[in-house]
Design a protein around this ligand. Structure first.
Ligand SMILES: NC(=O)C1=CN([C@@H]2O[C@H](COP(=O)(O)OP(=O)(O)OC[C@H]3O[C@@H](n4cnc5c(N)ncnc54)[C@H](O)[C@@H]3O)[C@@H](O)[C@H]2O)C=CC1
Ligand SMILES: O=C(O)C(=O)COP(=O)(O)O
Length: 528
């Protein structure tokens, strides 16, 4: 498999990828150049420079994963990638400290005019009174976005004896309190903050959150720091507020258009501190994000669960450790259920019994859905696009959980309801890792979920299994394993034969015609 690295990424991450895959490094490609070659690659690694737009994703026929060696994925069309089943993953923690410290550096550079003093001295001047600063101690800092970086900045601001208020509707009051931060609404903060710092993602909601109206609400003489994303501030309005002296200054690391354009009005102002998107540019951060993204890409290309995917439900490592052995089993159960079901599936109910019911099982349910959809759809269905596709097909998904168990420590049951009835497939783990199908439509079985399976419910009387075996043997089809499952109540049994190959239709018809056979289905559990 081939990986394209399109932005500068630390050697350490590249070396990890090279151990397992072919890696091409091609930096500063134009959109057309990228479009022309992207079709050859299974994975793409970028930072913020390369714009991974819808046309590029559409042209990426083999692409399975886009890895962002950093946090913000606003340069990637995640929606288009999701529709195409492409995993988008990032490296959310590796550069947190770098961006946090850069923000603090910007805050202090802004309050003490350090860049202006440097430029003035380089010009041969000694301007002590012109470059009078302000202290941050005792001042109020308004933090917008109290996530990883926002919280780190808040902590450091508190250490510098600042009062910290924050706006973040997605964080609990308890979390904020434990940081020593007071949560407040936007306008409340704007009215009292001496300094404001932005740590939000760029989204539809946050684009131009700081427009002319909001900037006008800031306390006169306030100072603004933005090390998040340029698009969160209307740059023209900011430049106007700075030029008018409404704001005392701004420290900006990120811009609406990067690299910054020569006519950007901020460049003409003296009361600004500017850095060229350096928040993540430390030696430590670059190693951190490159290694993290390499680990994610490797997992994604090997079909293993990815903990840092942004277009899949996030899954904590400890939950992943518990569910990992069940993932293949769950998918095979979905595949078996769709093959056995008669009629149109309207609802899939996935039941979890035992201890497994106590954890987040969304990913396992998605594995079942993937197993159901893959055999019936042309397109590749994976963990990324399965939830969206199942919704568009009008299939309802239900999870039912109970700590109660009978014979198994943990049991997963898939019920596929159709317009003609219900198919039930249950599975469990034997030992720590071996998945087994243990119930098919009420019959107790013990089936390894792989390869070709011939499944035939029949009347519980002698000779039937032998006749089926003969039909296969006469046609040179080898039976790998065989078993019969029973129900006490109905006087019927089910035979499950693992065979080495596909069974041609005429032989299947012969098997179906055996006296006492109620049905016969051949299922291939190899998957796409
Ligand atoms: N300048 C640079 O080089 C770097 C910039 N960044 C940027 O910094 C920003 C923050 O990164 P992290 O702290 O790692 O992200 P994070 O995801 O940990 O934190 C973001 C916070 O914003 C909050 N939030 C989201 N939408 C919001 C809204 N509409 N209103 C208010 N709060 C909202 C979330 O609840 C979350 O707490 C991102 O934009 C990221 O791209 C990150 C690293 C380096
Ligand atoms: O991680 C982020 O969101 C950043 O903004 C860092 O961007 P970069 O990787 O330095 O281009």
């Amino acid at each position: 498999m081939k990986i394209l690295v399109a932005d500068p990424v630390s050697e350490k991450g590249i070396a990890l990828l090279q151990k397992e895959f072919a890696v091409d490094i091609q930096l500063q490609l134009s959109p057309d150049e990228l479009m022309a070659i992207i079709g050859q690659y299974d994975a793409l690694v970028v930072r913020s420079e390369t714009k991974v737009t819808a046309p590029i994703i559409e042209a990426a026929e083999r692409l399975k994963v886009i890895g962002r060696a950093g946090v913000g994925v606003d340069n990637i069309d995640v929606e288009t990638a999701t529709k195409k089943g492409i995993i988008v993953l990032n490296a959310p923690e590796g550069n947190t400290m770098a961006a946090t410290e850069h923000t603090v550096a910007m805050l202090l550079a802004l309050s003490r005019n350090i860049p202006q003093a440097y430029a003035s001295m380089k010009a041969g001047k000694w301007e002590r009174s012109k470059l009078m600063g302000v202290e941050v101690r005792g001042k109020t800092l308004g933090v917008f976005g109290l996530g990883r970086i926002g919280a780190g900045v808040a902590k450091r601001a508190i250490a510098m004896e600042m009062n910290v208020m924050a706006y973040d509707p997605y964080i609990s009051a308890h979390q904020a309190k434990s940081l020593g931060v007071e949560l407040a609404e936007i306008d409340e903060i704007l009215a009292v903050a001496d300094f404001v710092t932005l740590h939000l993602p760029l989204t539809v909601e946050t684009r131009h959150l700081f427009n002319a109206d909001r900037l006008a609400k800031l306390k006169p003489g306030a100072r603004l720091v933005n090390c998040a994303r340029g698009g969160i501030i209307d740059e023209a309005a900011l430049a106007a507020a700075l030029a008018a002296g409404k704001l005392a200054g701004a420290a900006i690391d990120v811009f609406g258009k990067e690299p910054i354009e020569a006519d950007n009005p901020l460049l003409a102002l003296d009361n600004v501190v500017l850095t060229p998107h350096l928040g993540a540019s430390t030696a430590e951060a670059q190693i951190g994000v490159a290694v993290d993204v390499a680990v994610g890409i490797s997992a994604a290309l090997k079909g293993e669960p990815v903990t840092t995917a942004v277009n899949m439900a996030p899954i904590p490592r400890h939950v992943l450790d518990i569910i990992k052995p069940y993932l293949t089993l769950a998918e095979k159960m979905g595949c078996l259920a769709v093959h056995l079901a008669e009629g149109r599936i309207s609802e899939l109910q996935v039941e979890y019994n035992g201890e497994i019911s106590g954890i987040d099982t969304k990913m396992l349910t998605t594995a079942v859905v993937k197993g159901v959809l893959n055999p019936i759809l042309q397109e590749r269905v994976n963990f990324v696009n399965a939830p969206g596709i199942v919704k568009t097909r009008g299939i309802k998904i239900r999870e039912v959980k109970s700590k109660d168990t009978t014979h198994f420590a943990n049991l997963i049951t898939v019920r596929a309801a159709t317009d003609k009835g219900e198919t039930v497939v249950a599975g469990a783990l034997f030992g720590k890792e071996e998945g087994r199908i243990v119930i098919i439509d009420g019959y107790r079985v013990d089936v390894e979920p792989k390869g070709w399976l011939l499944i035939g419910p029949h009347i519980d009387k002698p000779g039937i299994v032998g006749k089926v075996g003969t039909a296969l043997g006469d046609n040179n089809i080898n039976i790998v394993s065989m078993q019969v499952g029973r129900t006490v109540t109905t006087g019927t049994s089910i035979m499950v034969m693992a065979v080495e190959q596909d069974i041609p239709t005429p032989i299947m018809l012969k098997i179906k015609a055996v006296d006492g056979i109620l049905d016969a289905k051949l299922v291939n559990l190899c998957g796409k």
